[in-house]
Design a protein around this ligand. Structure first.
Ligand code: 5AD
Ligand code: SF4
Length: 484
């Protein structure tokens, strides 16, 4: 499969489609006597969030207005995830819901993109069961979305465009509508070469390809100038980054840490096979790199790791975790774990529980194994019965909940800097934010520190010190002691 680099010259057709669509929607807006709106619905990981910010950027450039929440928008794009079956089921459920809206409004446009579109069975199902979907395109061709959108308008038949190639586009050529005013998502590499036997991602996202370091640094400098306080370096395996001149991930991290203006440099996800003491040392030494490592374990059994095609063992993983704990004493480690991979015995599972205990993960994403068509594990013998998976999953959750609670309890009495994300969902006068170690914090502001005439949302992106007073299983509570 070829990897094609896309430059300015290659985007001429996209630019002319953008222009035609602006004119088309502007005329439609006059006819309807109102704004023309869009809604991009995102499923799955931060890379999808980042792709959605680009889709929104292009829709914004066409003169459209974003609406969220309901299905009233004129253009609805579903940016899908294929990692587990339940995300796919949700998409099909939601496509059913928009059918009536589509019937009653002939100008409405429904699009599906994202990882699900790279699984042929899904495309067949959309063609057969959801013929009213106007366009289907894959994540590799996101930059061509305006071309597909233009070509789908007025066309009687569903437009399906799934490419066999992998593209890498200079991100400065794609408009981005960033969702948070303090956080910039910056993909540094795309795709995955690892073919973990359970995972659909290498099929959905194609081969690994990294952006040029100079291009990343230019983007980071721009973001710092624009006032972003947090930058999230993203990649399916962010630390497998390989620049055109042989640069590796520490070079990207170092370049980001040197840029003045960022308070928080985050990175995810790291693959245990490519994690080095150098990266951990950089976390320990640079005050603007978050003291948090997301390091997917998947299983604590060497036998299962081998079956998963994960090229590290339990001992390697524990070594990294211990090194991190030693070097970054106030830091946090989070992980991903799959329960019920084919062939997993009770002994294998107990191995996972042991590693979880020893690492004392501050948080974890825990998943029940989901059979993905086309992956190697899907055809493995000894698929684990559902009741066994749920029983094991319950035990893992109980242990991990306890560890997360302890991690939050350990914060009580301390005062740390919080980057404020906005109003908490629990109460209007409570703010929410994160510590440098990515702990979620809900806190109050004493009257004396309140900014006159400001609402809770106005604090988004500000920094403050919070004294922690109590802990919950998934968050810490506290009170602001200083607004910075
Ligand atoms: N079943 C369950 N979990 C999976 N993940 C990836 N593929 C599957 C699957 N088939 C999990 C892994 C990965 C995270 C993003 O999703 O833990 O790290
Ligand atoms: Fe999937 Fe493994 Fe690649 Fe992660 S490293 S995206 S789990 S194949």
């Amino acid at each position: 499969m070829a990897i094609i680099k896309v430059g300015k010259e290659d985007l001429k057709e996209r630019d002319s489609a953008l222009k035609e669509l602006s004119e088309y929607f502007s005329a439609l807006s006059v006819t309807k006597g109102r704004d023309i709106t869009y809604n991009v619905r995102t499923y799955g990981c931060q890379l999808n969030e980042s792709d959605s910010e680009k889709l929104c950027g292009m829709l914004q450039q066409m003169g459209l207005k974003e609406v969220t929440g309901d299905t009233s928008a004129d253009i609805i794009i579903f940016n899908t995830c294929a990692v587990r079956e339940n995300a796919e089921d949700r998409l099909f459920g939601n496509l059913g819901i928009v059918k009536a809206d589509k019937k009653s409004d002939k100008d409405k446009i429904i699009g599906v993109c994202g990882c699900m579109t790279k699984v042929p069975e899904n495309v067949e199902k959309i063609k057969k069961s959801f013929p009213y979907v106007d366009l289907v395109f894959d994540p590799q061709q996101l930059h061509l979305f305006p071309v597909f959108l233009r070509d789908s308008i007025g066309r009687k038949k569903q437009l399906v465009n799934i490419s066999a190639e992998d593209y890498i586009v200079d991100d400065s050529l794609v408009p981005i509508n960033r969702k948070r005013k303090f956080r910039a998502l910056v993909p540094i590499m795309y795709g995955c070469n690892n073919f973990c036997t359970y995972c659909i991602v290498p099929y959905a996202r194609g081969r690994e390809r990294s952006r040029d370091l100079s291009e990343i640094v230019e983007e980071l400098n721009r973001l710092a100038d624009q006032g972003y306080k947090e930058v999230m370096l993203l990649g399916q395996n962010v630390n497998s980054y390989k620049g055109a001149n042989g640069e590796r991930f520490p070079a990207v991290l170092e370049a980001a840490a040197k840029i003045k203006g960022f308070n928080r440099i985050r990175f995810m996800s790291s693959h245990p096979k490519d994690i080095s003491t150098e990266i951990v040392d950089m976390v320990a030494e640079n005050p603007n790199i978050e003291t948090h490592l997301h390091l997917p374990l998947q299983s604590g059994s060497d036998r299962i790791l081998k079956l998963m095609n994960r090229p590290y063992n339990r001992e390697d993983y524990l070594k990294t975790a211990h090194y991190f704990r030693e070097k970054v004493p106030n830091g946090a480690i989070s992980t991903d774990i799959i329960v019920g991979f084919p062939g997993e015995t009770e002994e294998d599972f107990l191995g996972t529980l042991e590693v979880v205990k020893e690492c004392a993960f501050d948080s974890a994403f825990t998943f029940q194994y989901s059979k993905r068509p086309g992956t190697k594990a899907a055809s493995m013998e000894d698929q684990i019965p559902h009741d066994v998976v749920t029983e094991r999953f319950g035990r893992l959750l109980e242990l991990q909940n306890d560890l997360a609670y302890k991690s939050n309890q350990a914060k009580i009495g301390k005062t740390e800097e919080i980057l404020i994300e906005g109003q908490s969902s629990t109460a209007p006068d409570i703010l929410t934010g994160r510590t440098m170690s990515n702990h979620l914090v809900n806190f109050t502001i004493p009257e004396a520190l309140k900014l006159p005439g400001k609402t809770a949302d106005d604090y988004e992106g500000m920094l403050c010190d919070v004294k922690f007073t109590s802990a919950r299983p998934y968050s810490v509570d506290g009170e602001m002691v200083k607004l910075k």
